[in-house]
Design a protein around this ligand. Structure first.
Ligand code: TYM
Length: 332
């Protein structure tokens, strides 16, 4: 039986952080065994916000190394770079003709980015969700493992796919955002409780896979807390909930249960929680960091990964594009 297809992407705009890891990458790792997986480093997308390309090559190589160090196995999935697959750009154009300006204007990420970079509100930024739809639909993927912040983009992909199918016949399946580990998509907040962890903003409150043990400890010890609950079984403020989310990801079950009970009994000491979390986080992150450094230095291996990914991704992409052209009558 043919396996369902999975596609996801990540921008090479900075260091991989825990939000990327727990929102997306650990799903990618898990899904490699059960699905036909395509994972893409989306360098074109990064140009919409990071036009300076001096560091691009270095960033792409480091990102590949960090993905492989996190458990992505280029022998089990197709790991490739977006700009290596020109078929995506062609599909992007076709999809632009089924995407309406009105719906692109309503995209939350577009409005946010336009505010952040008022001097560079470029057309690529405006049609960002169309390019993302092309990434997904070029492989006719069904499952898209992403964090909560990408939900709207995946909904838009469904809209474009449905509209295309309605106009030209059934070509694309309807893709959905997906979290292997639960019904809800994940959002990891920044450690100061303001916004989410991010590759390029609020770096002191984001944990990066490349952080040293000391940086990890320092950032966690500075995380926002308060003086603790005064009523038993209180609702957790979201910044405390976020610490518990991180504990649940890296700590032992009995540790989590102890701190949950302490919270509910109003005897919790956040200093102890953070110390424990810092140590468990260091234990979790240090081996990934070490592996990534070694892989990043192995240029020959990375070149091989890139070439193999390109070949496999283009084979799948050109198959879809032939079907698309036929359906549209763009075949002479
Ligand atoms: P990007 O590069 O910002 O993030 C990569 C993945 O990490 C997730 N993520 C988070 N999850 C939980 N908490 C956070 N704080 C957090 N920050 C980031 C993102 O949801 C994402 O899954 N537009 C996409 C890249 C993209 C893509 C695609 C994704 C391009 N084409 C096709 C899926 C399918 C982006 O900017 O991801």
């Amino acid at each position: 039986m043919q396996k369902e297809k999975v596609l996801s992407g990540i921008r090479p705009t900075g260091f991989v952080h825990l939000g990327n890891y727990f929102g997306a990458i650990r799903n990618w790792v898990k899904m490699q065994d059960e699905y036909d997986c395509y994972y893409c480093v989306v360098d074109w997308h990064s140009l919409t916000t990071h036009p300076d390309t001096h560091e691009l090559k270095h960033n792409v190589h480091r990102l590949l190394a960090e993905l492989i160090a996190s458990g992505i196995d280029p022998d089990k999935c197709v790991l490739y770079i977006q700009s290596d697959v020109p078929e995506i750009a062609e599909l992007y154009f076709y999809l632009n003709t089924v995407a309406y300006i009105g719906e692109l204007e309503k995209t939350v990420t577009f409005k946010e980015k336009a505010r952040q970079q008022p001097d560079n509100v470029n057309a690529g930024l405006f049609t960002y969700p169309v390019l993302q739809a092309a990434d997904i639909l070029i492989h006719r993927a069904v499952n898209v493992p992403v964090g909560k912040d990408q939900e709207q983009h995946i909904e838009m992909t469904r809209t474009f796919a449905d509209r295309f199918n309605h106009r030209y016949g059934e070509v694309f399946p309807s893709p959905k955002a997906f979290n292997y580990y639960g019904a809800e998509l994940i959002k990891i907040m920044s450690l100061d409780g303001v916004g989410k962890m991010s590759k390029s903003v609020n770096q002191m409150n984001t944990l990066y896979l490349a952080d040293t043990d000391e940086q990890i400890r320092k950032k966690i010890m500075k995380a926002k807390t308060d003086s603790g609950p005064t009523e038993p079984n209180s609702v957790m403020p979201d910044y405390i909930e976020n610490l518990f989310t991180l504990l649940r990801l890296v700590s032992a079950q009995e540790t989590i249960e102890k701190f949950e009970a302490d919270f509910n009994n109003c005897v919790i000491r956040y200093g102890d929680v953070k110390k424990q979390l810092a140590e468990d986080m260091v234990r979790f992150m240090a081996p990934i960091r070490e592996r990534a450094l070694a892989i990043q230095d192995d240029k020959e291996y990375l070149a091989k990964v890139i070439a193999t990914g390109r070949e496999k991704a283009r084979a799948s992409a050109s198959e879809t594009l032939a079907i698309v052209r036929n359906a549209m009558g763009v075949n002479y």
